[in-house]
Design a protein around this ligand. Sequence first.
Ligand code: PLP
Length: 375
Amino acid sequence: MNDKIWLSSPHMGDNEFNFVKEAFDTNWIAPLGPNVDGFEQDIASYLGEDVHVAALSSGTAALHLALIILGVKAGDEVICQTMTFSASANPIAYQGATPVFVDSEEQTWNMSPKYLEAAILDRIENGKKPKAIIVVHLYGMPAQMDRIMEIADKYEIPVVEDAAEALGSSYKGQKLGTFGAMSILSFNGNKIITTSGGGALVSKNEEWIKTSRFLATQARDAAPHYQHSHIGYNYRMSNICAGIGRGQMEVLSKRVEKRRSNHEYYMQIFSSSDAVAFCDEPSEDYYSNRWLSTILVNAANGVDRETVRLHLEKDNIESRPLWKPMHLQPVFANSPFYGDGTSERLFESGLCLPSGSNLTNADLERVVTKMKEVL
Ligand SMILES: *Cc1c(COP(=O)(O)O)cnc(C)c1O
């Protein structure tokens, strides 16, 4: 059996272990410490725009705290891009609120501004103005941020940017993760950089970030004894994980370059094939980190997405269908949805290809050789 080629696996640089060792040497083995502070500063200076950052235990935790801070409560409604990973929507349910799902547009595969506005108007007419809008930059591709922010501003609804897959991407030269009232990042093992598991909440509003750190450490009031006037959470990042993160921040630009070159390679190989289509950057305004390289398989030729996926699997190569839209998930069957079926069509024909920054040229050649056999 050939060696396994993964969809997206961790890729350490040179310094991660030094930061972790320093944590051991100084006995900072806790969900606080110099690496946590340092990692937060590294992210803030990378993103620019005077943002503040709280390092947390996961991207999901970051999204949960964002919704809590925005005042999302039981019975509220929150708009969410349907084409995403379940972690974008689950925190809405944690709060006892209802997700309202919005379809994708064809250009970026992200939230359709047209259906976003239709959803807002219809929910207001139904008697409930949505409390927040969760927009996702899927696979690193920026959503149509000008139009989405314009609509959000018009109806005065805060945007939470789910940039879990999009660290290193930008829109009109501005880093993703700096557009929303709040934004979240993920450092899970499969993301463009990883802390093994982890996430961050990002905002220009320093008070919100301070509040998130307070809530993430069990909401302890200032007192010598344990005193609580809020429900707290145990959501802070550990100083060990943050050490890995500091090392990873040193190589982030290289990781973006390599992921983009993986995508370039796939595009070049299949540019003349009508069996495969790619999600192009719609204009120079859009810069994707190409966290995952994705294709749409044109089943008109008799070969569908699953044929390609299973053929790769037989050679020990991992690929995965595009994320199944949330409005098609059994767990969200009762949630409202606004759209025209675009995300469902993308899901049916779309495939994520091996995309790690640690793939060798031989790995990439093996993948395309196998793909060519069926396409
Ligand atoms: C990975 C991911 C998350 C969740 O991040 P975790 O750190 O795994 O909790 C949220 N949204 C999207 C789009 C993701 O890909």
